[in-house]
Design a protein around this ligand. Structure first.
Ligand code: UD1
Length: 417
């Protein structure tokens, strides 16, 4: 169990170099399987989810190393087709390996990733798309066994929901498939674009990533490459919310500001001054924040569900009421109990949360329920009077690299035990 001890009520000041993106690096690591060669991936964040991915790749026969944010994956001998149950359930996004393993080895055996802290996480869209591309799927024995007789075949796939993971899985399945795959109502998140850029630099033919229709023309072979993962837009939003909530001034370097367009206006709504550079964002917060207004989570380019807990924590110390509507994951408010324990005034039901800003939060012991909820509790602790202890069974290190060191450098009093 990890504990973050925070002595709050300190404004954050200074500069920060942003980590690489978790949600981009995970599918890119899975994509290295398609190359049967050596790939060098820079700006890969040092996170437990990344290390789990490397364990999966190793278990499938890859030779892997990870040093100074560079992952080197040699998938020449990755003939494995099965992911161990424990590895599969330890990281929900391991379902992303389905398309890659099947495409490479004509067979894949995975267990169900199961539910997670955000509620049920169905994979029906992943399975039906892979099936339509020619895979036989048997899920009658408590695990998913997929096979193809003569490889996958390109198809038109219309997604009823613009699922990020399903879009990534289809892209991975389609790169080496015979013929053309067209994904309609594809997810448009920047992480999809990063995956497509990585694969195209390996010789894939993917067009339209980041748009509603993605077209993939199958190629016979992919090559190893050297690639740098894009910056983490959700980690950027986290540090900006922490700066805003504490009334500080923080500059974030190595960021892609356009990736944060869906959230930037809400910092301005709260009364923060934003200075946007080519690859930096500086926020200067007023002493007391105004309410952000109404935030409704949507698929990109809508407001990201992953940033909802961060803005909700920030809104709990604003002068006035903000309203949140969660439209992607139904169980995404479990962390709210922790914020209320710190003295926040958050009520609501189902998908809606109403936050009445309070003058101050007060430190106490709170438990992390999920990754971004954990970051919200750290933001709460940073603005609370007295000592907050955030107890975490490992969620935060799934997504944040050196969060306590980064906050310490910005003037927070935080220690990780
Ligand atoms: C990814 C991100 C996660 C982010 C989410 C939404 C990674 C590793 N994780 O998760 O941080 O919060 O996108 O931006 O990149 N759905 C189905 N059936 C399916 C697949 C999804 O019904 O087969 C539903 C989900 O329950 C959810 C919605 O579609 O309600 C969106 O989920 P999806 O975009 O697939 O999220 P993930 O890819 O799991």
């Amino acid at each position: 169990m990890t504990e973050y001890h925070i002595k709050g009520n300190n404004a954050l000041f200074g500069e920060l170099n942003l980590q690489g993106s978790k949600n981009a690096s995970l599918p890119i690591l899975a994509a290295t399987l398609l190359t049967s060669a050596r790939s060098v991936i820079h700006n890969c964040p040092d996170l437990s989810d990344v290390h789990q991915s490397i364990k999966i790749l190793t278990s499938l026969g890859c030779e892997c190393s990870f040093e100074n944010n560079t992952a080197i994956i040699d998938s020449t001998n990755a003939d494995g087709v099965m992911i161990d149950d424990e590895l599969m359930t330890s990281m929900r996004s391991s379902i992303i390996y389905l398309g890659a393993i099947l495409s490479r080895n004509n067979r894949a055996i995975l267990s169900y990733p199961g539910g997670c802290e955000l509620g049920p996480r169905p994979i029906d869209l992943h399975l039906s798309a892979i099936k339509s591309m020619g895979a036989e799927i048997d899920d009658t024995r408590g695990r998913i066994e997929c096979s193809t007789v003569d490889g996958l075949v390109g198809r038109e796939v219309v997604l009823p929901i613009a699922s990020v993971g399903a879009t990534e899985n289809i892209i991975l399945a389609a790169c080496l498939a015979k013929g053309r795959t067209v994904i309609r109502n594809a997810a448009k998140e920047p992480e999809i674009v990063d995956l497509a850029n990585f694969l195209n630099s390996c010789g894939a033919r993917i067009n339209g990533a980041g748009e509603v229709t993605i077209i993939i023309d199958g190629v016979k072979k992919l090559y190893g490459t050297e690639y740098s993962v894009q910056p983490d837009r959700i980690a950027a939003a986290t540090y900006l919310c922490a700066a805003a909530a504490t009334g500080g001034r923080v500059k974030i370097n190595n960021v892609v500001p356009t990736h944060l367009l869906p959230v930037l206006q809400y910092y301005s709504n709260a009364g923060c001054q934003m200075d946007i550079g080519d690859s930096s964002i500086e926020i200067a917060a007023p002493k007391k924040l105004s309410p952000v207004g109404t935030i409704k989570t949507r698929e990109y380019p809508g407001f990201p569900t992953d940033a909802q807990p961060l803005f909700l924590a920030m809104s709990s110390v604003a002068k006035g009421t903000s309203v949140f509507e969660e439209n992607i994951f139904n169980s995404r408010y479990r962390y709210v109990d922790g914020l209320n324990k710190l003295g926040a005034n958050i009520s609501g039901h189902d998908s809606v949360a109403v936050v009445k800003g309070t003058n101050s939060l007060y430190g106490t012991k709170v438990d992390v329920t999920d990754l971004r909820g954990g970051a919200a509790l750290i933001i709460g602790g940073l603005c609370a009077k007295g000592k907050t202890i955030v107890t975490d069974s490992g969620h935060i290190s799934r997504g944040y690299e050196k969060i306590s060191e980064n906050l310490l450098n910005l003037g927070a009093e935080i220690t990780r035990y």
